[in-house]
Design a protein around this ligand. Sequence first.
Ligand code: ACO
Length: 331
Amino acid sequence: MSEPIKARIISTGAYLPEKILTNKDLESIVETSDEWITTRTGIKKRHIAAKNETTSDMGVIAAKRAIEKAGISYDKIDAIIVATITPDMLFPSTASFIQKKLGITSIPCFDIGAACTGYIYALVTAAQFIKCGAFKNVLLVAAEKLSAITDWEDRSTCVLFGDGAGAAIVSGERGNMEIGEFFLGTDGRFTDILNVPGGGVFCPASEESIKNKMHFLKMKGQEVYKYAVKYMCESAEKVLAKANISSESIDCLLPHQANMRIIKAVGKRLKIPQEKIYLNVHDCGNMSAASSSVGLDGVLKKHNGNQKILMVAFGAGLTFGSLLLEGMDNQ
Ligand code: ACO
């Protein structure tokens, strides 16, 4: 009998826009302070895409970096999956735009809308296609232009978010980071605590919807906070149990980068010390699905040996999930 196919990450890539917006800069936009933002969130600065720079523009740069690192030709890519909640258009998918910009044709392309958990959902989805033998190489992108759906007059949200993109090549043929056990979940009861209410069919764009700022991100921060720690910890614990390992054997925890207080609480409950937790929240803010993809690119620069990386995230939906990546020597 032939060996089961393993889904592995061959390479990753990332892109952050050039423009940086510091907490000090924000002080001149809304009534806030570096001190408030730092103590409540840990964020010091974030990258902001140029006015005409789209989500697919950022995604393509990250994708090209991952493809180049993998050393594969474009015709070896069998599918493109994009995680985003800030698509270039309502349709077609941002994956279609990325396909076009890469100059690839025919292969299947689709988006996943699982908010901040989107990259974990995308990695798990790609892994299933690989394991069943349908595809050999899948290009994954998580890209977000949250600055485009941010109400820059609302201090309770505009200080939290940033723009960016990350990508990965997931393969059934090679790569030294195996996609292992996972858990995915959603609690649809809480679709009202984090959303963009306007622009879809629930509240189509109109003069009134624009006047009422329905096309901007709305968040009940404290409500989200309450569920974030619970769902991230439960997700990670389920994955550790499925893999039959303790948190002590985790070399690096890559949590969604929304807020330092949430990250610290998750680390504490999982008994994973601070020095094992990867962070980019200080420099990038919350980039939704792109936080985990940019983060994974950073993590794999440090941990590329025989190591265990635990990813965990939560986001609008409320979605949540966790994924174990296991380093494989000599691959
Ligand atoms: N600067 C100064 N003061 C502010 C600011 C600001 N930027 N924002 C709010 N305040 C004020 C409020 O008006 C309030 O003032 P009041 O007491 O006079 O009414 C006070 O600060 C406290 O506000 P809270 O909302 O209670 O602040 P909290 O401690 O809850 O922190 C935060 C807010 C950081 C948003 C927190 O609730 C949080 O992190 N929530 C989770 C958000 C999150 O993780 N989202 C991730 C998902 S994102 C996605 O899926 C796309």
